[in-house]
Ligand binder design. Structure first.
Ligand code: BTN
Length: 259
């Protein structure tokens, strides 16, 4: 497949069915260190799609896009930890260019939502040895051609698709091309200018900022008001005692304001 990019997707593999494109690509990259930067692995069906925080990712065959991109930036692991947000920003921009005035937003760290419903999930997995990043696998699952009546009843209130948002179906390969081009552009900006240069753009999509949130950090909940994203990618949460806490991992839940 030909994509309008200069390296991402130039090496491209397509499989009909696999467990998880993230797991496959990580395994391939571990065994072959010469695998090209920007290699994309696309699957029509995943039988063991991985989500964040040990969750799973499922989507009906061929209605969405499930793919992973191999990235090999020459940066330190700490800097690479901002990449999930960069990928989220890239996909948000791609969605906006596909659907004019689409109210797409980014829920830290990298869920994409439209009107409160999840459109896309992103899972970035890094392999580092000591202070060196070997590779990062950026996995993207996005609902494309799912009409409202094809969304399983148990998730109709929490899931959406490009088709639902736009009112028409899309050519999946074209959507993939738009996402890869946006990913390459955003990734190169991040490489050249670093993460803080993207913060203003990320803030435009930030769904949490100014809202009451509860962060599930495994060891208890942190409640407060989201106060934007820091230069190191942390979600800033202003606790009710006024102290601002940076959060580096966990799940953020929007809460109704306390009366
Ligand atoms: C999440 O929302 O928790 C992240 C979901 C990420 C799903 C994608 S689909 C392609 C790639 N392969 C996987 O196994 N997971 C990611």
């Amino acid at each position: 497949m030909d994509f309008p990019t200069s390296f991402i997707g130039h090496a491209f593999r397509h499989v009909v069915e696999t467990g998880s494109t993230n797991a496959d690509l990580a395994r391939l990259a571990d065994t072959d260190p010469n695998l090209p930067d920007g290699l994309v692995l696309l699957a029509d069906v995943q039988t063991a799609g991985k989500g964040r925080q040990g969750r799973t990712w499922t989507s009906p065959p061929k209605s969405g896009l499930t793919f992973s991109v191999l990235l090999k930036p020459d940066v330190k692991p700490l800097r690479a930890s901002t990449l999930p947000l960069v990928v989220g920003l890239a996909v948000a921009r791609a969605v906006e260019s596909l659907i004019l005035n689409c109210p797409v937003g980014l829920k830290w760290p990298n869920d994409l939502l439209i009107e409160g419903r999840k459109l896309c999930g992103i899972l970035c997995e890094m392999r580092a040895v000591g202070d060196t990043v070997r590779h990062i696998v950026a996995g993207i699952g996005i609902n494309v051609n799912l009409p409202a009546d094809a969304i399983p009843p148990d998730i109709t209130s929490i899931a959406t698709s490009l088709q639902i948002a736009a009112g028409h179906p899309f050519v999946r390969d074209e959507v993939l091309g738009v996402i890869l081009r946006s990913l390459e552009e955003t990734f190169c900006r991040w490489l050249d200018d670093d993460f803080p240069s993207l913060l203003e753009d990320i803030a435009r999509y930030d769904l949490l900022r100014g809202n009451r949130v509860a962060i599930d950090r495994g060891a208890g909940l942190l409640s407060g008001t989201a106060d934007g994203i820091a230069a190191d990618g942390a979600l800033l949460v202003r606790r009710d005692d006024g102290i601002i806490e940076p959060v580096y991992s966990g799940d953020a839940h929007l809460r109704k304001p306390t009366p």
